[in-house]
Design a protein around this ligand. Structure first.
Ligand SMILES: [Zn+2]
Length: 259
């Protein structure tokens, strides 16, 4: 399996990253893509992918929460980081109108800078979106002729959002949100409707520990070794064998990120 979204630059992994990677390998997670969320985290994500080159890749980008910190030379900084073979996507980039930690106009500007960068470098876009699907779709549509490959990571939207993103050609990343018996309900019905060649899986650790792990882990920290629980849940919902589902999503991921 490949975990397409793991926040290994988070302080939650400051002390035992190597152990987490070994535990992931023992749980059949062979590769992990470290998410860049701001300039500093992108630099560290790129470094990690270099220093653990047989296990890790990374994205580089600025999350909408950090759009307010964007400085004019950040475009060049991200572009330089993206020269590494281990950096395989731009993001996470997008809009988050749920918490609005950055003003909306700034989120939109920083999102568009990163779309330009992904187009310039012909790298996939690793997209975040929360409560902003209409606007995010409009912006993506403006670039639809030039857009590289796109994945909506940690998709948690409704049916309209899902089909609009699929129509735009997006891949869909599913996290342990789908394992949540309450707030994951809608997603549980939607995962059946995603074409099998558009699906990828991710933990988004340390966030979103799958709620159906038994026995319940002592720590609430989510990590790549739990990816199987997500794969297994989605496969059951889709009426597929877990083996076939894992094979399919792993192949999708290799193709999507050219790894
Ligand atoms: Zn995100």
């Amino acid at each position: 399996m490949i975990d397409i979204g793991i926040n290994f630059t988070d302080k939650a992994f400051g002390k035992d990253l190597s152990e987490c990677i070994s535990a992931a390998h023992a749980a059949d997670v062979t590769k992990m893509i470290v998410t860049g969320t701001n300039i500093d985290s992108s630099q560290r994500a790129a470094q990690l992918s270099e220093s653990h080159s047989d296990s890790l890749f990374s994205t580089v980008g600025v999350h909408p929460h950090h759009a307010k910190d964007w400085r004019p030379n950040d475009y060049e900084t991200l572009k330089n980081l993206a020269k590494s073979d281990k950096v395989i996507a731009i993001g996470e980039a997008g809009l988050d109108f749920n918490r609005n930690f950055s003003p909306r106009n700034q989120q939109e500007a920083v999102f568009q800078f990163q779309i330009h960068l992904a187009i310039e470098l012909n790298l996939p876009l690793f997209l975040h979106e929360r409560d902003a699907h209409k606007r995010q779709r409009m912006i993506l549509q403006e670039y639809s002729n030039d857009l590289p490959k796109t994945v909506i990571h940690c998709f948690t939207g409704d049916k309209t959002a899902l089909f609009n993103y699929l129509d735009l050609g997006c891949h869909i990343g599913i996290t342990g949100w789908v394992c949540d018996e309450r707030r994951g309900k809608e997603l549980q019905t939607l995962v059946k409707q995603i074409p099998k060649d558009r699906l990828m899986i991710e933990t988004d650790g340390p966030y979103l520990l799958p709620r159906n792990i038994k026995p319940k882990p002592k720590s609430r920290r989510n990590e790549p070794k739990y990816l199987f629980h997500i794969a297994n849940t989605i496969a059951q919902l889709r009426g597929e064998t877990t083996e076939a589902f894992i094979l399919q999503t792993t192949n999708n991921t290799k193709q999507f990120f050219s790894i």
